[in-house]
Structures are given as C-alpha cells and as structure tokens.
Design a protein around this ligand. Structure first.
Ligand SMILES: NC(=O)c1ccc[n+]([C@@H]2O[C@H](COP(=O)([O-])OP(=O)(O)OC[C@H]3O[C@@H](n4cnc5c(N)ncnc54)[C@H](O)[C@@H]3O)[C@@H](O)[C@H]2O)c1
Length: 352
C-alpha cells in the first residue's frame, strides 16, 4: 500500500492554512475531514449563502466566515483553498485562487469545458501552485487494491472494463446524467488502465427532461486496444455501483453497494485454443474458484484531503492533479459531442 493510500504524512510540520469556498451539501464533508485530520487550520470559509455560513459557524465557531471571495483571498494569510461550490463556478473561483498564489483543490468536475481546464492547468504551472481535483474514487481503498492487483498480473492482461452507475433519480435539470454521475467512473477507468482514451462514442436519451440526457451508454476506446463501457442512468429500478474488469486470466467485479465484500475475483476464462480444432470442437471454458479478498476500508475523503495537504506541503504532484481533471473533463465533453452527433466517434486528445 502506498503512503497516499494509507493516508500517511511525514507529520511534524505546521498545519496548512486553508480557506474553504462552498458549504452546501458536500462542503461539510470536506470541512469535517480537514478539521479532524489535525494537519490543517481552517482559517476562513466563504459562501454566497448566509444560511450555509450560519450552519458552519455553529459547528466550527473558530472559523471566520465571509461572502466575499476576493476579500478572503486578499485579507487572510492562506496556503491553500478548497473549492466545493457547484461546478459552473469552479473555473472562475479556481482562477482567482491560483492568481492569488494559493494551492487549489477543486471538487469534480474540474470545470465544465476542456478549454477552461487547460487554462487552469497552465495557470497553476505558471504560478507554481498545486492544483488537485476531487476524484474521490482514486482514493478508495478497494479501487487502490484493484489497481495493485492488476499491476501484479494475476488478472492477466486487461481486455475490457464496464461500469454501471444507476438508480431512480435524482433527476437533475442543470446537467445531464453523464456529467452528474460519470466523472467518478471516467476517473476510475483512466486510473486503473493508466492511459487516457483516444476516442469515445456515446448514445443517450432524455426521457424525462427535454435536452437533458438521463440515460447514457458511453464507449471509451484506448490506444492499447482496451475498451470501456460506462452506463449511467437516473431511470433504473435498482441502485447499482458496479465495475467489471475482464482479464485474459481472471475476471473481477467491484460492487460498491456491498458494505464489506466489495471485490469478487472469478478464476474464469477461455482456455488456450488447440492448434488445430476439429469440426464441432469448442474452445475450452475454464471455471475455477471465486475469491473475495479482505480489503480494509478507510474513508476515501480522509485519504484524499490528507493527500492534498501533503502535496501543498512538499510540492509532490497529486495523484488526481489538474491534468487528470482535464482528461476527465475532455471525456465528459466528448461524450456530449458524440451524443449530439448520433454516436459518432469523437477524439479525446488534450493539449497540456
Ligand atoms: N466527490 C463526491 O463524491 C461529491 C459528492 C457530492 C458533490 N460533489 C461536488 O461538490 C461540489 C459541490 O456540490 P454540492 O452538492 O455541495 O453543491 P451545493 O449546491 O449543495 O453547494 C454548493 C455551495 O456553494 C455555494 N456557492 C455557489 N457558488 C458560489 C460562489 N461563487 N462563491 C461562494 N459560494 C458559492 C452555494 O451557496 C452552496 O452553499 C460539486 O462540484 C459537486 O460535483 C462531490
């Protein structure tokens, strides 16, 4: 297990002085972890909503509050800022944070366009600050275990991956189901395969709200020939959070709806073809053991937040850095473009 996955720090340094922007639904989870880790000092929080700032003040009376982001960046001595506002505001807020010379954590998706993500990556490079995006699943103990298992070679070569993130609702109107649900899946698949796709093709439908796709099937093609399919939907009878990885030797299923037994490994596959197969002879199918490895689980958000603080302190590149955020945004955008073009392949290369 890497130091990142264990949530370890070298410790002993002064706390990172942090400002928080956004205390709606997800912000409280980030603040709880920042507060609990003891490695950060939450100096000030900014939100446009006085009501949400009031909730924060009740829980953390020692944190100052403001509705003015510019004043927060100018008046407080901060090392870093975490941006936990709704996605349309990410680009403007993160640009200001980087321009002020602060390390910046931005919740997923990094921005709403590839162009804006590229600008943030360049700006962070030029300012010499850390830019990290909240691709939470890259810090999930089970996903980290799967990554190491793939690298260990027991699965053989990965052939293809498919993922399902389905449930009934919550039907949103401001973003489609792919932008809402799939950033996690896209980041997982890029992380596990260690490569970015060269093109995507996708189909989807807007059954509930005209123009807002609630059901999407996206195919990602990778330069190595690997393939991934991501199916997301707000119109499904079951809540499903599943990943299947098919390798040349074994197959693996990650079911995030299970409380503890999340990973299942199937020693199954197709046997070596015989040199000369007679008429009517089939390829041999191999059915072996099914195993369920024990993977100790730690709150992914605690690992993610600690990793950001470590990167701020020692200058290491975050696992989910700005470029990772950019690659994911490009896939999300390309899926929209492909759906608009009736499923035509759309390239996903990025500039920086
Ligand atoms: N990693 C995860 O699993 C996960 C889960 C949920 C949400 N998120 C992400 O977290 C972010 C926030 O989502 P949410 O569900 O908490 O949204 P939300 O709408 O509940 O909260 C957003 C908060 O930001 C504030 N805000 C908006 N614009 C602002 C601005 N310009 N300046 C200051 N404050 C501003 C709002 O007043 C609100 O309090 C999104 O990027 C979302 O994708 C991540």
């Amino acid at each position: 297990m890497s130091a990142v996955d264990a949530g370890r720090t070298d410790g002993g340094s002064a706390p990172v002085r942090v400002g928080v922007v956004g205390f709606g639904y997800w912000g409280p989870n980030i603040v709880r972890n920042l507060d609990r880790l003891g490695d950060a000092e939450i100096v000030v929080a900014c939100d446009l909503s006085e009501a949400n700032l009031g909730k924060l003040a009740q829980l953390y009376p020692y944190v100052e509050t403001t509705t003015d982001l510019d004043a927060m960046l100018a008046d407080y001595d901060l090392d870093a800022v975490v941006v936990v506002t709704s996605a349309p505001s990410h680009y403007v807020i993160a640009s200001k944070v980087i321009a002020a010379g602060k390390h910046c954590f931005v919740e997923k998706p990094l921005t709403l366009t590839t162009e804006d993500s590229e600008k943030l990556v360049r700006a962070a490079d030029e300012a010499g600050v850390t830019l990290m995006v909240g691709h939470l699943m890259e810090y999930h103990s089970a996903i980290n275990w799967i990554k190491e298992y793939i690298a260990g070679g027991d699965l053989g070569d990965v052939l293809y991956v498919y993922m399902q993130r389905l449930n009934l609702g919550k039907v949103r109107t401001e973003e489609n189901a792919f932008w809402s649900l799939a950033p996690h899946d896209v980041s997982i698949v890029l992380y596990l395969l260690g490569e970015a796709p060269d093109y995507v093709s996708a189909n989807g439908a807007a059954y509930v709200t005209p123009g807002v796709h609630d059901t999407v099937f996206a195919n990602l093609h990778f330069p190595s020939g690997k393939m991934a399919n991501i199916h997301v939907s707000w119109l499904d009878p079951h809540k499903v959070r599943k990943l299947t990885v098919v390798g040349t030797r074994k197959m693996l299923v990650f079911d995030d709806m299970q409380a503890t037994e999340k990973i299942w490994i199937y020693d199954r596959g197709v046997g070596e073809p015989k040199k000369a197969m007679a008429y009517g002879e089939d390829l041999t199918l191999r059915f072996g053991d099914i195993s369920v490895p024990w993977v100790p689980l730690k709150e992914p958000l605690a690992i993610e937040v600690q990793h950001f603080l470590d990167c701020c302190r020692d200058g290491q590149t975050p696992r989910s850095d700005g470029r990772d955020g950019l690659r994911v945004v490009r896939v999300l955008e390309a899926v929209d473009e492909s759906m608009a073009a009736g499923g035509a392949p759309v390239t996903t290369s990025v500039e920086v």
